[in-house]
Design a protein around this ligand. Structure first.
Ligand code: ATP
Ligand code: MG
Length: 424
């Protein structure tokens, strides 16, 4: 059952065992190895105390000493090594701040959320599975370790983790877990929006984001976030994210997580303000928020044109949009509307191909690439600096982008003089 990544970590486990400690693979890597999926981040649990781990390995980072975690670096790979522990007291339905070390692996596995996450693999490759995670996985069941009602109340984030696992791995919740999700979802109010965001991002970037969204809708979890989802958007989410929805199924075609977020907001026909409020409440970093908002705004600009068969109008709107929102947002928007076609996007294959081609052919896409700058323009026209400069530069940029004027300084000056004289 050992993956090649796990085999590479065996010297680390052997070193701990040589000193008389126990050490095993645990967590998501074990779950994914059992499922035959590729594993990332390898977590190791050990009976050794953090100081003992640090004494054995020269390259260590004390990443989470308060939780008993030391990151050990071996051959450039990092391993999280965590001392067997239980969690003492849960505060306010969140993870506890202090931990108690224990000597038995069973006790460590008992604190874990779901049976499939409470398995261990020894260096021999044997799976240690005291809570029957394997048979739950085989039957595609998601089950808490112990009583769902207690485990969800201890740490409400587990509810969102449950939704993520149901979606990503195509599982069904056992009845007690499903009842627990319905009963305790108001406790999500205690979970910081940053953590909600991190879980939503993971569920959307995984396989089958539509399935995760369907579980989110069916459980009603997103009505209970600490900061509420704008009401109109919430109502549409409940309505439109059911399994089998055409737009939601298309999400899996998109590679980029922010394209998936944009596609959801677009197909829900979210008002711009609602989209912005949602992203703000989820503490999206500014850059990601700006990108998603640009994609939505670009859609608004283009959608009006795309309803017509005015080809040159579509092209002009496209050139202006690429310049205004940037090439990156424009490419992302094209991916999104192509995935969503034909319902949300009104963009046929033929139009999309033409827009792609136009984008490729544009000789310039931003002011940086224009062969003339503000100062030169000002000197050439002998005019005082003012808002006219930006307008004129943008106009020149569009003229060059559309192939109307060559991107050469004297040609640009010539054209700007003409516009200047005409007073247009
Ligand atoms: P991923 O594939 O996202 O890494 P994961 O299950 O490995 O999924 P991690 O956050 O890396 O998630 O956690 C590692 C392990 O720690 C889990 O498999 C689980 O055993 C335990 N764990 C994580 N979060 C919780 C929690 N909130 N409650 C109980 N156990 C948890
Ligand atoms: Mg993990």
């Amino acid at each position: 059952m050992l993956t090649s990544e796990m085999r590479a970590a065996i010297p680390l486990i052997e070193r701990l065992e040589k000193e008389g400690h126990e050490a095993v693979f645990v967590g998501g890597a074990v779950r994914d190895a059992v499922l035959g999926l590729s594993v990332h981040d390898i977590d190791i649990a050990t009976s050794a105390l953090p100081e003992q781990v640090m004494a054995l390995f020269p390259k260590c980072i004390p990443t989470g000493l308060q939780h008993g975690t030391v990151t050990v670096v071996q051959e450039g790979v990092t391993y999280e090594v965590t001392t067997y522990r239980t969690e003492s007291e849960y505060e306010q339905f969140r993870k506890p701040s202090s931990v108690v070390y224990v000597l038995q692996l069973d006790e460590d596995l008992l604190r874990r959320d779901f049976t499939m996450n409470a398995m261990a693999i020894r260096q021999s490759g044997n799976v240690y599975d005291p809570y029957d995670g394997l048979s739950d996985l085989r039957e595609l069941r998601l089950r808490c370790v112990g009583k769902a009602s207690e485990r969800l109340q201890e740490d409400a984030l587990r509810m969102l983790r449950a939704i993520r696992f149901l979606g990503t791995y195509g599982l069904r919740p056992v009845p007690s877990l499903w009842r627990g999700l319905k009963a305790y979802k108001p406790l999500l109010r205690h979970i910081a929006m940053e953590r909600v965001h991190a879980e939503l991002d993971k569920m959307l970037s995984g396989d089958a984001p539509d399935r995760a969204l369907a579980w989110l809708g069916a459980s009603g979890l997103w009505a209970d976030f600490k900061e509420p989802v704008p009401p109109e958007l919430l109502a549409r989410m409940q309505e439109s994210t059911k399994l089998g929805s055409y737009e939601m199924a298309a999400l899996g075609l998109l590679e980029h997580t922010d394209e998936r977020w944009s596609a959801i907001l677009l197909s829900l026909q979210s008002a711009e303000k609602d989209a912005q409020d949602l992203l703000m409440s989820l503490r999206f970093p500014n850059k990601r928020m700006a990108l998603i908002m640009s994609i939505l705004q670009l859609h608004t600009e283009m959608a009006a044109r795309l309803n017509t068969d005015d080809e040159s109008g579509i092209r002009a709107a496209w050139l202006a949009s690429v310049i205004r929102f940037g090439e990156k947002a424009a490419m992302h928007w094209l991916h999104v509307v192509q995935a969503l076609k034909p319902r949300a996007g009104q963009v046929s294959e033929a139009i999309a191909n033409r827009l792609f081609a136009t984008l490729e052919e544009m000789p310039v896409k931003s002011l940086k690439q224009l062969a003339i700058g503000g100062n030169e323009l000002q000197q050439a026209l002998s005019r005082k600096a003012g808002p006219w400069m930006k307008e004129m530069l943008n106009r020149l940029l569009i003229a060059v982008a559309s192939g109307d004027v060559a991107n050469e300084k004297d040609k640009l000056i010539e054209r700007s003089k003409l516009w200047n004289e005409e007073g247009t």
